[in-house]
Design a protein around this ligand. Structure first.
Ligand SMILES: *Cc1c(COP(=O)(O)O)cnc(C)c1O
Length: 380
């Protein structure tokens, strides 16, 4: 079964094999694995070990997004949060529920975050101390220029929090050159091609020192986790998802063997094979080519009476491929992840299977279109 979802992703057999044993989390061997994984994550972020720390948090990505916001934005503090799509909306919601004020900045469905609009919003409102960005907006499939936006925030004396969960390890990130970035959030199970259960925040050491007492939650306090890491021979603070971390150690070895640029090129080739392939099936992509990122492709639902997302997902699963049975766009779509341990040859086979699965539910090439035009401007 190939997972074609934007995380958790299909993993290499060697990564899965690392989970086939029991681990004692505070055993010295595991402590070493734990530190090796944190060091590996720092290296992927091109962070400097003197200036940054990689902190592991058990759980899913949203837990770590909340931890970063709670730790770095004080209670009642205000952050500018461009409304790029479903994942930015989640960030805004969890910030609000944590008593932080997320001020939205409108972004059109066919737009990247406009650096001039961000600069204007920050200049107009000096109470906005932070900028919170989603690097690859998994809702739409658009990637935003986080390095450029972080440089603007830096020039205006603001701090930056990045939800890089679906971008980390594929899109460029060089933290040494981005001093305004307090925190980058990631998980093991997306472009690092590990298993679910472990989230991380790569954060600045000086900001972590300054953030003590902010979080209002011991569980989600990155400043406390950081203090714990400073102890001699430090291991995890509480019980970690040890098998997932052991698997991530293997996944990081494979990652460093492949290299970030090669991994991004592979995902981009997957995306192109899919994007071109669905066009040949008569389907319409949600985004024009110029905006389509390499992580996830949304496809407009066919405008056919027999279209039913769950029936399509079931038919495709019988052929060996798993898609999400929900979508995050305003228009009905289905979404296909381009990330994981596979290449464009398998994606082409998946596209063939999609054509057959459409046939199974009574949709032909002629009836697969959603009107036959891009719903969004081609020139965006
Ligand atoms: C996957 C993802 C998350 C985290 O999702 P969880 O289900 O909480 O792990 C957060 N942000 C983005 C952009 C994502 O793609």
């Amino acid at each position: 079964m190939l997972l074609l979802i934007p995380g958790p992703v299909t993993t290499d057999a060697r990564v899965k094999a690392a989970m086939a044993q029991d681990y004692a989390p505070w055993d010295n061997d595991f402590r070493q694995t734990y530190r090796q994984v944190c060091d590996g994550v720092l290296r992927v972020a091109q962070a400097s070990p003197d200036e940054h720390a990689a902190l592991a948090l058990p759980g899913c990505g949203h837990f770590a997004v909340e931890a970063a916001i709670r730790t770095f934005v004080p209670q009642g503090g205000r952050l500018l949060a461009p409304s790029t799509g479903a994942y930015a909306a989640r960030l805004q919601k969890l910030a609000g529920d944590a008593g932080r004020i997320a001020v939205p900045l409108a972004v059109g469905p066919a737009e990247r975050v406009n650096p001039l609009a961000v600069a204007a919003a920050l200049e107009q409102d000096p109470t906005l101390t932070h900028l919170a960005l989603v690097y690859s907006e998994t809702g739409s499939g658009i990637c935003h220029d986080v390095p450029e936006l972080a440089r603007i925030a830096h020039a205006l004396g603001r701090r930056v929090i990045v939800d890089a969960v679906s971008a980390f390890g594929a899109l460029p990130l060089d933290l040494r050159g981005l001093p305004a970035v307090d925190a980058v959030v990631l998980t093991a199970n997306k472009c690092l091609e590990g298993l679910p259960g472990a989230a991380f925040v790569v954060a600045r050491r000086d900001s972590l020192e300054a953030a003590r007492g902010n979080a209002g939650s011991w569980s989600l306090d990155l400043a406390d986790i950081y203090q714990h890491t400073l102890q001699p021979n430090a291991g995890p603070r509480f019980t970690p998802p040890a098998p997932t971390l052991a698997a991530l150690a293997v996944a990081l070895d494979l990652y460093h063997e492949e290299g970030r640029e090669a991994r991004l090129a592979r995902y981009t080739a997957n995306m192109r094979a899919l994007y071109d392939g669905i066009g040949a099936l008569g389907l319409t992509p949600y985004l024009p080519p110029a905006l389509q990122g390499p992580i996830v492709v949304n496809v407009l639902a066919p405008d056919a009476p027999t279209w039913n997302l769950q029936l399509f997902v079931d038919a495709l699963k019988r052929r060996g491929y798993v898609l999400s049975n929900f979508y995050n766009t305003e228009q009905p779509t289905f979404r296909v992840g381009c990330i994981g341990a596979f290449g464009p040859d398998r994606m082409r086979l998946a596209v063939d299977a999609m054509g057959a699965a459409l046939g199974d539910i009574g949709i032909s090439r002629e009836s697969a279109a959603s009107g036959g035009f891009f719903p969004l401007p081609l020139t965006a």
